[in-house]
Each structure stands twice: as structure tokens, then as C-alpha cells.
Design a protein around this ligand. Sequence first.
Ligand code: NAP
Length: 484
Amino acid sequence: MASRVIPVEVFDLVIFGATGDLARRKILPGLYLRWLAGQILPEARVIGAARAELSDAEFRASVAAAIAEYVPPARQDAAALAGFLDRLSYVAIDATGDKGWAQLRAVVRPDVVQAFYFSVAPTLFGAIAGRLTAHGIAGPEARIVVEKPFGRDLASARALNAALAQHFAESQIYRIDHYLGKETVQNLMAVRFANILFEPLWNSQYVDHVQITVAETVGVEGRGVYYDKAGAMRDMVQNHIMQLLCLIAMEPPYHFDPDAVRDEKLKVIRALDPVRPEDIVRGQYLAGGGKGGYLEDADNRNSRTESYIALKLHISNWRWKGTPFYLRTGKRLRARESEIAITFREPPHSIFDDHSGWRENVLVIRLQPDEGMNLKVMIKEPGPGGMRLVQVPLDMSFAEALGEALDDVPDAYERLIMDVIRGNQTLFMRGDEVEAAWAWTDPVIGGWEARGEKPQPYEPGTSGPEDALMLMHRDNRRWREIRS
Ligand code: NAP
């Protein structure tokens, strides 16, 4: 089964921060791969912009180096690379000054799709948005793409939304959450809303609980000082995990349409109960395995920022009242693993004498490392000797089922940038969604700050602090194992 590639309209994409880490690792290699796949027409242009004084040739050379470093060898193609580099140019610009804007105006075409990617610090968003309109560069249909973090609390998110809204309509603003660009995350919507099988069971009557795990093996080394101002709650839960939670918990939208989907996600966030202090466990990794601990990485001996968090949440609506959602994410854990597990309830009555082998049905949606889904069901243990039950996985590994088609699956950034050009906002966060997520997050963080709580130390290479295990044991439940 080969995947279909439909070229997008001709565009001019300006990348502010084109010499930065994100542009070099994700955006530019992603665009090259879409060019290689034939999704970008030769008339399209990519314009790099940053303060550094670079010629077009120097910028192209730096992009070629980034592609050599970040694109897998099997997708390196000299002819395609030369063609891609021909589409690139560079403008030296200062987001907060006058330099470069007239030059940018001269190169951005008014009669093609215009997209402006703000791959810079959020403090520059307002300045760039203002100059794009003041200099008459962005037309009425232009799109802007903004990166995370979108604020660090409700007040700063509101200020960012207000700064962008002065110059662009909500329909022009694409707030990236790259988790929404992952194949499996979108598949979650297909599985829920294109099958009759799951939806009747998708409520508190049949779902015992939901677990969402985003475990990383890396620490915060290298970006510890930045991370120390955020922590796991701001860095992962408020955005990525919240988005996953919304897709699991939302009602079916009336149509797969940007605002219909985002309206339903917003309702989930608004229905979240405040989190009780006893339902929060925060941790900081210790030194180990030849590496420093969180406090050294953050260069802050007194830091109270969490590198791990586990939470138990309740959603107060008809569908979910009574089904807890357990979320956890952390750094320096046993394995790199992201998954959502939906655990169903026990059948109301067992007709079998030997019930000892019985286990709950679990639908596991794996986001990484190997994307796929797996439904654990009960069957009879094969062979003679009576009726004994055993749990087996019904594996829906996409790699097996879809074969080659999966090789061409674009990564999250590739897909999301193409969605920007297509003008499809379904997989981007709307301003009110982001604000609602902060409105829920702020009191949780404010609560532990007011109580003066310190995160608990945990050993690296484990599944986090002991108390996180207790969070579930207390409810007679267990976390799924983080497998190494
Ligand atoms: P970075 O490596 O520090 O790059 C920043 C870029 O902005 C550079 O190209 C820099 O070039 C440019 N810049 C800085 N000040 C400027 C100004 N006044 N005018 C014009 N350009 C300016 O940052 P990054 O890691 O790429 O991150 C960019 C954004 O993406 C941030 O908002 C970050 O939070 C977000 N993000 C990054 C990652 C990641 O993996 N890196 C992941 C998620 C989100 P000059 O100094 O030459 O101007």
C-alpha cells in the first residue's frame, strides 16, 4: 500500500529563527523530506530570517549541513538536495529593530500562500507580528506559526494571544503542539470515530481508568537553566499530555473540522476538576550512571522544580464521572516510552469456575518508540485440562499492517507544516484552548508553591518516585510497567 502525496499550493514560507536549533533539527529537514516526497512544487520558496549576517549561499550551506546531520542516510539524495537548496534564500533581520524588513517585503510574494514560522523566543512573537503587518508584508490570508511554550501561566498566555490578535485573526494563527502531528495521535480519532466497536464502551460505565505515560531517559542537561523555570507540569502536562487527554475524553465532533474538533477538546479542559494535593506526586532525579542529578543539571542547588510528575484527574461530565485519569511524565526514567492505556472494567459476572487467569481488557495506544495499538483480550488457554483463561494481545502494529506505506509517513513537523500551507487548523491549538489549559494548570502549580512542597528525589533509571506507585496502589490499581 503506497501513501498518496498530493502537492500543496505554491507558498512562501519565512522562518524567523532559521539558524536556531529547532529550524536546523526539525523544520528545514522536514521541508527537505516533503520536497523529496514531491509534496512541494518547484515554485515554492523558503526564506530564512535571523540576525546573523549570512549570504544566500552561506545559509544554503548551513541547511545542507543540517540535512546531512538530521535526515536518515536512506533519505539523503544529492539531486533532491540541490533542488531543495535552490528554493532557499536568506534575509538578515532584527525582530525588534528596523533592519531587514524592507528587504523581506521585497522577496515575499503577495500572490501565493504566505506562511511565517516564528521559531524564536516567545518574547519576540509580538514584535514580529507587528512588523509583518506594519511593513505590509503579510497579506490578509497570511498564516503565522508559533512554537511552544505558549506562555508560562494564564496571564502570560493571554498577553501573547492579545499581542498576536492585534495583527492576525485567530483563523491565521497556528499554535504548534507537535504531539498532535504524530500518526498514532490522529489514529486515535480514527479508531474512536470510524469504528462502532469502541465508542459504546468509551465511558465510565465500562472504562475503569486511563493511564497516560510520557517517559524519557534523557535528563535536562544542556537546557537545565531554561527547564528549571518550567518543570514537567508546564513543559509536558499543560500542553502535550493535555492534548492527548482531550482526544481520549472528548465527545464525537459533528465533523472532522478544525473548530468542531477544538470545541470538543475545549469542553474537556473546562470539565477538569481541580487536582487535590494528595493526587499529585512530584520528583527530581538524583545523580547516577555517571551523570549528575537534576540540581546539578539545573545549576540550582535549591531548585523546587519537578523533573517528574504524576497526577490523578477527574473529568466532571456525564461520560467520565467516576473514571480517574492517571498521568505521569518524567526525565531520566527507565525507558523512552509514550503510551495511553485504557483499562476496561471487569465483566459483571463470571461464568467460569477458574477465574484466576482473568485480566482486564486494555487498549494500549503506543506513541513511541514503535507506534501502534494493542488490545488485550481474554481467550481460553489452548489445550486440554479444562477452561482456563489467558490474556493475549490483539496487535494492531501499523508497521505490519501497512508495510511500506508507513516508511513514507511524515514526522510530526513535516505533517504540521504542510497543514499550515493547506490552511487546516485541526491539529493546532486554538487560543481559548491554551488559555483554558493554563486556567486549570495555574492553581495546581500555585497550590504546591503555596504549600512550599519540595519534589521527592528518585533514582535515575527507575519509574520515578515511590509515592507515585502509592498514588495508584491506594486505589487498588497499578501503573503499567515502563519497559526498558
Ligand atoms: P535557538 O536555537 O536559541 O534559536 C533562536 C533563533 O532566533 C536563532 O536563529 C536566532 O538567530 C534567532 N533570533 C534571536 N533573536 C532574534 C532577533 N531579535 N531577531 C531575529 N532573529 C532572532 O532557539 P530554538 O531552540 O531553535 O527555539 C526556537 C523556538 O522554538 C523557541 O520558542 C523554543 O521554545 C521553541 N521550541 C524549540 C524546541 C527545540 O527542540 N529546540 C522544541 C520546541 C519548541 P540570531 O541570533 O542570528 O538572530
